[in-house]
Design a protein around this ligand. Structure first.
Ligand code: GLA
Length: 371
């Protein structure tokens, strides 16, 4: 038996920059998905503690895959792809169990995929290594499930480190751990799960990605990461398309905010993150246009009740907001958000604090078993 856990993530700053070859600054969460693999006599069988029934399929590649519920495709994707890569994937049972809230923008899907990929690598002795684990996890989401996501979530889930954010360069896929201990400065990251239903999130995400790629093409650069902040006005003047100009402005300024956030953290000035977070939110709201009323209300309420900064985190169109809040103001901030939601007629939000936790790790592996 092989068992791995992989966490969800919060992105501190750097939204929709990953697929533009840019910078992101996520951290892994305490909550995660556990994948347990054991040998079976026939077929690949998958069960989830969060979904009824057992899904059993015959070994095949992507082309021959059988119809399965969405959640099971996130699990079986790695097996289909490995089969296509010529790896002999024997009959097995895979059980998954996750406490990452779904649909909240906390990367429950990356937790699921990464836990399975790590457990498979261990169980089959594939020796994929850090780059191979990341590549396979990304292919599961992009190629097997068909979600055009940018890789940040898998990187955070695989490589997160307790007490640190992960400064990722999404062009060369390198990640450096940067200390992030807000409690040392009397601060906390307060998470507001707005529970806003995702409205057309998949289509809107894909449209943003296509728009960014089109803008890069028109500007003659490989990706928007290649537009320097100093050249932004010049680039905008060459686009002649209001929507694409807004996208470019968001991505270029957001990359700059990530770099500024890293400087602030390296300088030990956690409280100076606040204005960067709030500016990031304004950019997502006004330029990239990926926020919804619940999210904007949560940010405003946090700022009005003592937060040093606040922003939506994740892909957008719902999900979670984070606030950098003095510990002494946590209760007031929570009350402020609940009151604002009640006044606006929104459903109750869920509130919790979050701190950086470890990335994917073995709970039961061949080493631990001693063979
Ligand atoms: C989702 C995607 C990521 C990233 C974020 C936005 O979480 O999975 O790849 O693009 O949205 O920053």
């Amino acid at each position: 038996m092989t068992r791995w856990i992989a966490p969800g993530r919060i992105n501190l700053i750097g939204e929709h920059t990953d697929y533009n070859d840019g910078f992101v600054l996520p951290f892994a969460l305490e909550v995660g998905c556990t994948a347990t693999l054991s040998p079976a006599t026939e077929g690949w069988s998958v069960t989830s503690a969060q979904a009824p029934g057992e899904v059993v399929v015959q070994p095949s590649g992507l082309a021959g895959r059988e119809q399965v519920p969405d959640w099971a495709a996130y699990v079986l994707g790695a097996l289909w792809l490995l089969h296509d890569d010529g790896v002999e994937v024997p009959p097995m049972r895979i059980e998954v169990d996750s406490d990452v809230p779904t649909g909240a923008g906390l990367s429950s899907s990356a937790a699921l995929v990464c836990s399975v990929v790590c457990a498979l690598d261990d169980h089959l002795g594939l020796g994929l290594g850090p780059d191979g684990l990341l590549a396979l996890s990304r292919r599961v989401e992009n190629d097997a499930v068909g979600a055009p996501t940018g890789g940040m979530d898998q990187l955070a889930s695989l490589r997160g480190e307790a007490g640190h954010v992960l400064f990722c360069d999404m062009r060369d896929l390198t990640a450096q751990s940067v200390p992030f201990a807000p409690a040392d400065s009397g601060l906390a990251v307060l998470v507001v799960d707005t529970r806003a239903p995702h409205r057309h999130a998949d289509g809107e995400y894909a449209a943003r990605r296509t728009g960014c790629e089109e803008a890069a093409r028109r500007l003659g650069v490989p990706a928007l990461r290649d537009v320097a902040e100093a050249d932004l006005d010049d680039a905008l003047s060459r686009l002649d398309d209001e929507e694409l100009e807004r996208y470019v402005r968001h991505v270029v300024t957001e990359d700059a905010r990530v770099l500024a956030a890293v400087e602030v953290l390296r300088g030990g000035r956690v409280e100076d993150l606040g204005p960067l977070l709030t500016a990031s939110h304004a950019s997502m709201r006004d330029d990239f246009r990926i926020t919804v009323p619940e999210v904007d209300t949560a940010v405003e309420a946090l700022l009005a009740s003592g937060a040093l900064g606040a922003r939506m985190t994740g892909g957008g169109f719902g999900g979670c907001v984070i606030g950098l809040v003095p510990e002494a103001a946590l209760d007031a901030a929570g009350d402020g958000v609940r009151r604002a939601f009640a006044d606006a007629g929104f459903g109750d939000p869920a509130l919790f604090t979050a701190a950086p936790a470890a990335g994917a790790r073995a709970l039961v592996s061949p080493d631990i078993r001693g063979n």
